[in-house]
Design a protein around this ligand. Structure first.
Ligand SMILES: Cc1cc2nc3c(=O)[nH]c(=O)nc-3n(C[C@H](O)[C@H](O)[C@H](O)COP(=O)(O)O)c2cc1C
Length: 157
């Protein structure tokens, strides 16, 4: 069974709605053979990450950066997981009220440092969520779940 790990900082109804749409997509019946694990960023551990075949990261933009909680996750896992997660496919969603560029840049920079593979461009939303934004979240969950299945299959070959 492949594993998709969703590491998120969810501090408001808007980020909760994004998380729920990502989860719904990740659990779609169209993608078989994947188990979805959800962890708040402050509770996610190195073993959670080491067991994952793909990751979705979710954060609000806070003071031009990722949330402190997601930064804490990276601080926790960086060295313990550096050697064993190279090539890990990841997806990212960010929500902000005006400008998400710094948060996206910060996450992508750390993920690149860990040698992870960006599975698709970051999904960055500002302001109120539209139906299209919810659909994009759903799709992010679904395609990253599929990436987990593909990576797990690759490792078994
Ligand atoms: C301390 C703090 C700093 C923030 N900094 C930014 C920021 O730099 N850029 C931005 O777009 N939004 C910023 N925001 C807004 C949050 O990203 C926003 O509250 C979060 O995405 C949830 O959205 P919501 O409040 O509409 O539910 C900040 C919020 C807080 C509390």
């Amino acid at each position: 069974m492949a594993r998709l790990l969703i590491v998120h900082h969810t501090a408001s109804p808007t980020t909760q709605a994004m998380l729920e749409a990502v989860l719904e997509g990740a659990r779609t019946d169209d993608v078989e053979g994947v188990e979805v694990l959800t962890r708040p960023a402050l509770g996610a551990t190195a073993p959670d990450l080491l067991a994952a075949d793909a990751v979705v990261l979710g954060t609000p933009a806070n003071i031009g950066y990722m949330s402190g909680a997601l930064k804490h996750f990276f601080d926790t896992v960086y060295y313990p997981c550096l050697a064993d997660t190279a090539g890990l496919p990841y997806g990212l969603y960010v929500h902000g009220n005006s400008d998400t560029a710094g948060a996206v840049r910060a996450v992508e920079s750390v993920a690149k440092g860990m040698g992870w593979r960006r599975h698709r461009p970051a999904l960055a939303v500002t302001g109120e969520l539209t139906r299209a934004d919810r659909e994009a979240c759903w799709e992010l969950g679904a395609v990253t779940a599929l990436a987990a299945v593909e990576r797990e299959g690759y490792h078994q070959e």
